[in-house]
Design a binder for this molecule. Structure first.
Ligand SMILES: *Cc1c(COP(=O)(O)O)cnc(C)c1O
Length: 413
């Protein structure tokens, strides 16, 4: 596209934009189980209005916009309140999980260096199932990543002993996920905590996808093991609001056990020509709307609202587990929250994925081991039976193809 010589009328532009969306994944109908968290039209309306109300304001300027500064503080306080943040714990809002993880690594590295550790090349130790945002951040900061294979006992847990063995004097962080994205499984955070304490290493819990889910699952009576600041060795956490916090996109939290740790995060430098500018996170300009929308949705839902929504998602996940087992799938490990992955003993998951995709579902896959992957939203309670019926048809289609392929093998061999 070349920029039009003359501007166009908005109604004309709007029509074209909406037409362009016609070919996208049908998330409004609940046909996606990745990328979008569909919690209903009332929440979408709150997101939109609250975002628009502070869309032009800039979180970079707390003195100009004390309203936003206070909303951010409130959001952090609400997050810490859910995640057993002790007295003195603190944090900041970021643009997303990748931003939160990047800042946590930067903070852990600088903290270690302030203690005279890891003055050369730093490293972090994490399970193979941890999110690739850690590698991206380490690539940016020239930190070595030590990915450790996970347990092969069917739990899909981090291998704590192997992780301990991989630590040395340059290790600035150990990581556990709550839950990890590929399998939806919560790592044994207490055991990792003991290990980290023994090694004197900073433990980060990546609760990007679970931080605003697991506390409510627990309140609903699900036996979620300790995974947050309740575990004394946990130094920092990443928890995304734009996932199961149901906030507008561009909102995550990075949280620290204490001000002493946090103080290594903000960037403050005044050796330049411009006005002094202190930034807590990776961003300079920070969209005010992302802050106000998160604040509004958290207030709109309250604990009761989140309990209800997450309870519904857990119920849907149980229906998925039951339904896919009936079709011969094996569910990976013991998922407790909104993610679930499952594989078939006879048919390759990616072949089934192709079939279900052709039936209009935009879902995801896990590579290790090859599995189908769903990230469930409240909306899915309405469509999950339809999904399971299409999954059954997909398995049958793949079975028929492989049956034909086997017959063909016999014929030509
Ligand atoms: C989504 C996710 C991230 C990355 O978050 P973004 O907001 O996509 O940058 C990191 N870790 C886990 C476990 C996630 O699910």
């Amino acid at each position: 596209m070349q920029m039009p010589e003359q501007g166009r009328e908005w109604p004309d532009i709007e029509t074209e934009m909406m037409a362009r969306g016609q070919g996208d994944a049908q998330w409004r109908e609940g046909k996606t189980a990745v990328y979008v968290f569909n919690a209903g039209e009332d929440i979408a309306a709150v997101q939109k209005e609250a975002y628009a109300a502070y869309m032009s304001e800039n979180g970079l300027g707390p003195l100009a916009f004390p309203s936003l500064a206070q909303m951010e503080k409130d959001v952090i306080a609400m997050g810490l309140g859910l995640l057993h943040g002790p007295e003195g714990s603190t944090g900041a809002m970021t643009s997303g999980g990748t931003d939160s993880i990047t800042m946590a690594i930067k903070t852990a590295r600088d903290y270690a260096r302030s203690k005279g550790k890891a003055l050369g090349k730093a490293n972090i130790v994490l399970p193979q199932s941890a999110h690739l945002a850690f590698d991206k951040a380490c690539h940016l900061m020239d930190v070595e990543v030590r990915r450790i294979p996970i347990m092969t006992d069917g739990t899909y847990h981090a291998d704590v002993e192997a992780m301990i063995a991989a630590c040395d004097e340059s290790t600035v962080m150990m990581v556990g996920s709550a839950p990890n994205f590929p399998h939806g499984i919560i790592d044994p955070i207490e055991a990792l905590g003991e290990a980290a304490e023994r090694k004197g290493v900073w433990l980060h819990v990546d609760a990007c996808v679970g931080g605003y889910f697991a506390p409510f699952a627990r309140m609903n009576g699900i036996a979620v093991p300790a995974f947050d600041f309740e575990v004394p060795a946990v130094h920092s956490m990443s928890a995304d609001l734009h996932k199961y916090g149901y906030a507008a996109k561009g909102a995550s939290t990075v949280l620290f056990r204490s001000e002493e740790l946090y103080q290594h995060m903000p960037f403050d430098m005044n050796q330049w020509s411009g006005a002094p500018m202190k930034t807590p996170t990776l961003a300079g300009t920070r969209p005010g709307g992302a802050i106000s929308a998160a604040w509004a949705v958290m207030n709109y839902l309250g604990i009761e609202g989140y309990k209800r929504l997450q309870g519904g998602v857990c119920e849907t996940r149980q229906r998925v587990e039951k339904g896919v087992k009936r079709l011969g799938f094996e569910v990976l490990g013991d998922p407790m929250l909104g993610l679930v992955a499952f594989r078939h003993p006879d048919h390759h998951a990616f072949a089934i994925y192709g079939e279900i995709y052709r039936r209009g579902w935009f879902t995801s896959v896990t590579k290790e081991p090859p599995s189908l992957h769903l990230m469930l939203s409240p909306k899915h309670s309405e469509v999950i039976d339809e999904y399971l019926a299409d999954l059954e048809a997909s398995v049958a289609a793949v079975a028929a193809q492989s049956g034909n392929a086997k017959k063909a093998d016999v014929r030509y061999s």
